[in-house]
Ligand binder design. Structure first.
Ligand code: AMP
Length: 408
């Protein structure tokens, strides 16, 4: 493959080339190079790729082109392309991408996710749409009330399939697939290929082209990881101590629970560090506002639970702080992958109290290295470091989590 290929050489039409240029992209990313030609030909596709690889443009550009080259006026309540995403945040981002790339085309776009009034969504579907980006719960709600039909659908995109399964959306997805026309164009993206994902792939895709890309940075290379052993009662002080450094400009702090996220945010605010907690209990508008303020630098820190953090796409995160370690090692890898995006370097600091030693050991097993610990920080706890490992509780409910249904 010629990696110096341009967007024009990928045979994208002028209005799309213009938007790509306006977005400041000079060259297609590897997944775009591999995927765009197949999708222009209408082939089914399995894309193994994470967020940060440019996968959204890889599918939205060719889908927009296929629509533009074969314009149709969709009847009321019908859509041509459906993109399903696991979270509202991701739905909003994907919709924004379609808006950006489609800005020089006549395309009708619609967006549907839960947690907000459905009336504007019903309105935007009433005249039919070319592309609908939606989360599974709200999509089914709209269909069951007769506000939407998938009977004329041409292309179906399942984004972040592995997350969908993690979040317990399998039944909703099956229901949705049953409502699609038999003959259609299918795309499925997933960061990993767990056996469950494989089953889903076989039930959706027909002779798919398989494309796999690794994200631009892997954890080992560009992320400076460290552990800070600390007593539980001293974690907050350690946190404010770290924020004395101006290097912590755009920081995501992870907690295991929503309450924990709120408490950390309140504490940071009282210590004069601008921050906001985002999680499923917050209203959609509050989450969007926090994300915007975080992007524009008004907030130095966002405190998130793992589910709330899914789909957040913010570049230039300087630090990831694990205020609490996750009980699943893969989650650690997802968390720290939020920093050092697009080839820049990043810092990941993990607080570890005595109770969390077993989590740390599991993480080190999965990443196949020992994370260096920082003994020089003023709250270092030798007793936390030397505490005994408890029997692990790894993998509890891993694939059937009954966590918050974010798509509703
Ligand atoms: P995604 O993996 O789709 O979430 O995209 C990750 C980020 O890469 C987004 O901020 C995109 O705007 C950006 N991006 C997508 N394609 C390109 C490209 N060809 N050149 C530079 N940036 C890109």
């Amino acid at each position: 493959m010629n990696t110096n290929q341009t967007f024009a050489e990928l045979k994208l039409i002028e209005p799309l080339l213009k938007s790509v240029e306006k977005s400041g992209y000079t060259q297609p990313t590897p997944i775009q190079l591999k995927v765009i030609p197949h999708l222009l030909e209408g082939k089914d596709l399995l894309g193994i790729a994470q967020t940060g690889t440019g996968k959204t443009a890889a599918f939205s550009l060719p889908l927009l082109q296929n629509i533009a080259l074969n314009p149709k006026r969709m009847p009321a309540k019908h859509v041509r392309v459906l993109v399903l995403t696991p979270t509202r945040e991701l739905a909003i981002q994907v919709h924004e991408s379609f808006q950006t790339y489609g800005s020089h085309l006549r395309v009708r776009l619609a967006l549907a996710f839960g947690g907000v009034s459905q009336n504007p969504q019903v309105q935007s579907l009433s005249g039919g749409a070319d592309v609908l980006v939606a989360t599974p719960g709200r999509l089914l709600d709209l269909i069951s009330q007769g506000f939407l039909s998938l009977a004329l659908l041409e292309s179906f995109v399942l984004d972040e399939a592995d997350r969908m399964l993690d979040m317990g959306f399998i039944h909703d997805i099956k229901k949705i697939i049953a409502l699609l026309p038999k003959k259609r164009h299918n795309l499925l993206f997933s960061a990993s290929m767990a056996p469950e994902t494989g089953k889903l792939v076989n039930s959706i895709l027909v002779n798919p082209v398989k494309v796999e890309v690794t994200p631009p940075s892997t954890t080992a290379e560009l992320i400076n990881q460290s552990v800070m052993f600390v007593d539980k009662a001293k974690k907050r002080e350690l946190l404010t101590y770290l924020f004395e450094s101006k290097d912590l400009r755009r920081v995501i702090i992870f907690t295991r629970t929503k309450h924990g996220a709120n408490r950390v945010s309140e504490y940071l605010d009282s210590a004069g560090v601008s921050s906001r907690a985002i999680h499923g209990n917050k209203s959609q508008s509050a989450r969007q506002k926090a994300l915007q303020e975080f992007k524009n630098g008004t907030l130095r820190a966002l405190i998130a639970t793992d589910i709330a953090a899914r789909g957040i796409d913010v570049d230039d995160i300087t630090h990831v702080i694990n205020f609490e370690l996750p009980n699943e090692p893969e989650t650690y890898v997802h968390r720290i992958g939020r920093t050092a995006r697009a080839g820049t370097s990043g810092v990941a600091i993990s607080f570890c109290e005595a109770e969390e030693i077993s989590y740390l050991k599991q993480i080190e097993k999965v990443i196949r290295k020992q994370i260096p610990y920082d003994q020089g920080q003023p709250f270092h706890s030798e007793s936390a470091r030397n505490s005994k490992e408890k029997p692990p509780v790894q993998g509890a409910n891993r694939h059937h989590r009954s966590g918050p249904r974010q798509g509703r």
